[in-house]
Ligand binder design. Sequence first.
Ligand code: MN
Length: 717
Amino acid sequence: MFEPVTIEDFLAKLAEIKSEADLTRIKASFEFAQKAHFGQKRESGEDFVQHPLEVASIVFDLGMDTTSIMAAFLHDVVEDTPIDIEEIRKQFGSEVALLVDGVTKLTRLAFQSKQEQQMENLRKMFLAMAQDLRVIIIKLADRLHNMRTLKHLPEEKQKKIAKETLEIYAPLTHRLGMWKVKWELEDLALRYLDPEAYYDLVNKVAMKRQEREGIISAVKQTLQRALAEIELKAEVQGRPKHFFSIYEKMQEQGKDFSEIYDLMGLRVIVPTVQDCYEVLGIVHTLWKPMPGRFKDYVAMPKSNMYQSLHTTVIGPNGEPLEIQIRTWEMHRTAEYGIAAHWLYKENSPDDKELHEKIAWLRHLIEWQGEMKDSEEFMETLRIGLFMDEVFIFTPKGDVKNLPAGSTPVDFAYSIHSALGHQCTGAKINGRLVPLDYQLKNGDIIQIISSKQSTGPSRDWLQFVKTSKAKNRIRQWLREQLREENIQIGREMIERELRKRGMDIQENMRQENLLETTKKFGFTIIDDLLSAVGDYKVTANQVLGKMGLEKEPLRPLKSEFEERKRTRKSSQGIKVRGVENLLVRFSKCCNPVPGDPIVGYITRGKGVSVHRQDCPNLGSEDNERIIEVAWDQEIQGTYPVDIEIEGLDRVNFLTDIMNAISEMKLYLSAAKARSKKGLAFINLTLEIAHSDQIQLIFKRVKKVEGVQRIYRVSRLVR
Ligand code: MN
């Protein structure tokens, strides 16, 4: 059916329109491919290099540029020979390398799964992986030649490739408006998928052909004569329908072959748009149009920018006959689709006409409905349709799409919450990767999970991308927190009982607790305990509802007052060389034992003790500063002011309070405010030694959302 292309003929054809420089580069790419594939044979027995030569020839016939032709020659070199992409880059530049790399990646895409619902995903992935539209066109040319030579493969392989062609490649050509390639791919696919139906159709069409051709040539002559009379330059072509479209029509409409009339139509190609309508008028005066069959795709182009006038008229024998009328420009777009964009556009990417052409590309993109920044896309002629998605394979070969930037953890949660919780590691293409690895198109991912896993880590929230993963992790953490709160709540109630000298065992009995729980409107004891641990209910309130006397042996306040008293004395501080000096702690920086401190001799109020880094100690008055030190046997607690900054959320304060309470620290003051989504929390904690501060910082930083934590000093001057 197809004569093999020879390199001599091809170069001769190229020489007619290509510059000397382009010819030299194209020739070099052919010779490189020839050398690289040397000794390799195709299934047909011919030298392998014949395949890239044929592909390059198809690419040229589609009107593609020099870069595309070179890439077509080299398209199988990286996949099938030891030469790598770097070598291609060195020899032929980065643009050619980019195209070769793209085609290689698409080749490596294994379409293992045949499930219908995955086809759309596969097609999207296909487009996403090819960063340059020319990659797709070369890949389609590659597939076309492989389909043309499919007869050399074993039957099973033929069917697999034909099915893939029909499911992936033909819809792509449709999307790109490349009708000529589409028809050929579809007819070839049908031939291998349903040979019986295909050859049956071929025979029936051939049998009807004579009869049809008689009609067509009569109509053609009538029309040509009418057009010549008004001196309209037009080409009138007989247009055989491709087999697959007849097959599809019969299948879809449940029709028999004898009921399909429009096996052949007529096409009229004219110079201008105005001519189109003029021809239409003439056609309608010659034959009676069928009502409802006229379509004006000139005024209203199809979404892939197809333009033509379609009308169906009643022919001489009373049979319907479809006539398409279009300009040469429209014809080129109809035949080559997206490829028409490059037609005769070598080395002139900036001219005005190109921008007009780009308009239909833009329509194409808008039609996809995915691309926001189509303007920018057009500048680079890159495919950015699905940049916000990443397509990956499961070990079984299913395609999954996730938002770009997703990680193995996102993937695990997208499969199942339990898999997410138990996820301990991941393999990408068989290699171990960190959990925050960003998935790439075409990755084959395998999750390593363990039932012994300690569960998700709070850190995961920093890198997961999907809201599903985020929500599941938060939910899990909340449940964990609840466990902790129950524990803390129980301890708080017990502590309160102990403080009042009451019987813990007796008061904490199940039925006792359950009764109290109900009084709070809860149904299960854990809810009450967790509420106490979460500071929603105080231990005092619980004891009150238990019917225990509020009259405490030692109320909380007095305990605190006692501590304050301890602190107020000068106990714990030694002032070098001076005895019995009035010593007090500064209120601005609240030094605690362990802090490096200095004394400041005040006017008439003795020595005030500051932290060495207190901002209130100016550089002046240096003679007033004296050395002081903490006593070895210091006791009591000292207040420390800290401020916490974080991203505000529900329970942010509660979570921080829980962290503090976990450390069994006494909190003497708390203040929280929220501003523009940020939360600021000021706490005054009673602590015994500065070492505790680092522990507090460490613990509080683990609370989700905490951004900063630091000690506060108040400026008093
Ligand atoms: Mn190939």
